[in-house]
Design a protein around this ligand. Structure first.
Ligand SMILES: [Fe+2]
Ligand SMILES: [Fe+2]
Length: 170
């Protein structure tokens, strides 16, 4: 594991927010926003950007290893603002983007990398053609991480129909 990703996992704010969300979601029937979800989103998004070497266009000048750090940073940090969504009703994507910037600055990520990751996090909630290419990949990785097949609350869930119909499977 890279030192930067290790530093995210060990960052005080990251740990605190994971604990808070575990508490807020203790009785949640729908999919959770926990470490498992953050890892799943990171791994799947990384697969998506590696497919057909797309990372070369998505992140010009970066090799697959450098891209891995950015994708995992985005995947691990993309939902931390859920805490405020639960307590104040604010949009978690925008809050997560701000929290991610603080954590990444603390750890010493390059400014241009912080910008790329935080933009994608801010965009991850909805698929939009005008979003950055990385924002669209993060959206997709986030959704693909959800296991809809066999879900007991699928009818009440707000996830898009294509995922309810099994887009995740292949
Ligand atoms: Fe989210
Ligand atoms: Fe998510």
């Amino acid at each position: 594991m890279s030192e930067k990703i290790k530093a995210i996992l060990n960052h005080e704010e990251f740990i605190k927010r994971n604990e808070l969300m575990d508490m807020y979601e203790m009785d949640r029937e729908f999919c959770l926003h926990n470490l498992q979800h953050f890892l799943d989103t990171s791994r799947i998004t990384y697969i998506l950007v590696l497919e057909k070497d797309q990372y070369k266009n998505l992140f010009p000048g970066k090799d697959a290893g450098e891209v891995k750090d950015l994708v995992y940073a985005a995947g691990l940090l993309h939902d931390l603002g859920r805490v405020e969504q639960y307590t104040e009703g604010t949009d978690h994507a925008l809050i997560s983007s701000r929290i991610a910037r603080d954590i990444m600055e603390d750890i010493g990520f390059a400014l241009e990398d912080i910008k790329i990751v935080c933009q994608a996090i801010g965009e991850h909630r909805k698929y939009n053609e005008s979003n950055s290419a990385f924002g669209r990949k993060l959206y997709e990785g986030d959704k693909l991480s959800r296991q809809c097949k066999g879900c007991k609350v699928i009818d009440e869930c707000k996830i898009e129909l294509e995922y309810k119909q099994g887009k995740q499977i292949y």
